[in-house]
Design a protein around this ligand. Structure first.
Ligand code: ATP
Length: 328
């Protein structure tokens, strides 16, 4: 028999992403709607270990649907990786009367939640919040759409200066293990080449493509490179390589960095966050546990959290072809 849920704790953990606030708001208001108490846990698992809690009601989440970052703050907690740390966290949430958890974060945060559940049998639900879109069981993670739009907007601006000076720009975007941002933003911003962790396009192909691009009369070129591109050279090494082999090119590098995580969430991320928050709380009320809520097609779904952790989110290979054709 599943326990009746009376008091849900909500936390954000790992890297922040736009839409986390909208998800917190949704969790808090869904709790209020169903007459369940809600407690905000600050700084992810570290705040749980330190008992950094705050009672939350529908009015404590006013005016945050449009804000980037997370009002609950986020953290990575080494202490939570230890049994002693988790025991302390459990004692604190027991004292606070918290009987279930909604964890908003990436696969590392879900792993922590799963371990915690296996040790203390506390019901948990995960909401995928990361700009990388690298979580199995959901077509979109919170913050990904916002990050894509941020990257496209910046590349459009870089394109203006690139065309004015006939320059080649290498733009590095986030994505150590996943090329979703690079591939989609690259297509959206009209990049000539896109280098991603999943696919080794090879240095020769890059040189060939740049040569062709010049010969065909293009006045500027943008190459979008994911942090973890498979060629294995960092963006500055790639610049040196291309300049050594194609002296006609004047290469500039732009590393977009943390700006990709900031900013007001897009409407898509706000709506997704609201839907995922409702589903997470209502699933806990129904007695479900150990799931990640996500979106597949246009349906909000539940994926067992161990599958979400272990499964691999694949890039859409059709997009590789589209990118290739678009750079003709
Ligand atoms: P991002 O996508 O930004 O990396 P993430 O949720 O994957 O987000 P991590 O730093 O991997 O971020 O994990 C967040 C926190 O989850 C860790 O700091 C740690 O406290 C907890 N955690 C991760 N793995 C485990 C584990 N095996 N056991 C216990 N806790 C864990």
């Amino acid at each position: 028999m599943s326990k009746t849920i009376k008091r849900i704790g909500v936390l954000t953990s790992g890297g922040d992403s736009p839409g986390m606030n909208a998800a917190i708001r949704s969790v808090v208001r869904t709790c209020a709607y169903h007459n369940i108490e809600c407690v905000g846990i600050y700084r992810g698992y570290q705040g749980m270990i330190e008992g950094d809690f705050k009672e939350m009601g529908p009015r404590s989440v006013n005016n945050i649907v449009n804000k980037g970052g997370t009002i609950l703050k986020s953290a990575r907690s080494k202490d939570f990786m230890t049994p002693e740390g988790r025991q302390k966290a459990f004692s604190n949430i027991q004292k606070a009367g918290i009987d279930s958890l909604v964890v908003i974060g990436g696969d590392g945060s879900f792993t922590g939640a799963e371990v915690f559940n296996s040790e203390f049998n506390i019901p948990i639900m995960g909401i995928p919040g990361t700009i990388d879109n690298d979580i199995y069981g959901t077509s979109f993670t919170l913050g990904y759409d916002t990050a894509l739009n941020t990257v496209v907007e910046v590349i459009d601006k870089i394109r203006d200066t690139a065309s004015s000076h006939n320059r080649l720009f290498f733009v590095e975007v986030m994505g150590r293990d996943a090329g979703h941002i690079a591939l989609n933003a690259g297509i959206g911003a009209g990049a000539e080449e896109i280098l991603i962790p999943e696919e080794d396009l090879g240095l020769e192909r890059l040189l060939d493509s740049l040569k062709k691009s010049k010969a065909s009369g293009k006045s500027s070129s943008i190459v979008v490179i994911a942090e973890g591109d498979k060629i294995g050279k960092n963006v500055f090494e790639l610049k040196d390589y291309v300049e050594a082999n194609l002296p006609e090119y004047d290469v500039r590098v732009s590393v977009l960095g943390h700006m990709q995580r900031g900013g007001a969430p897009t409407c898509f991320d706000r709506v997704l966050a609201s839907r995922l928050g409702v589903k997470a709380v209502e699933s806990l009320i129904e007695g479900k546990s150990n799931f990640m809520v996500g979106i597949l097609g246009d349906k909000i779904t539940l994926t067992p959290i161990d599958q979400a952790i272990k499964g691999h989110s694949e890039i859409d290979r059709e997009l590789l072809k589209v990118a290739d054709i678009m750079s003709t």
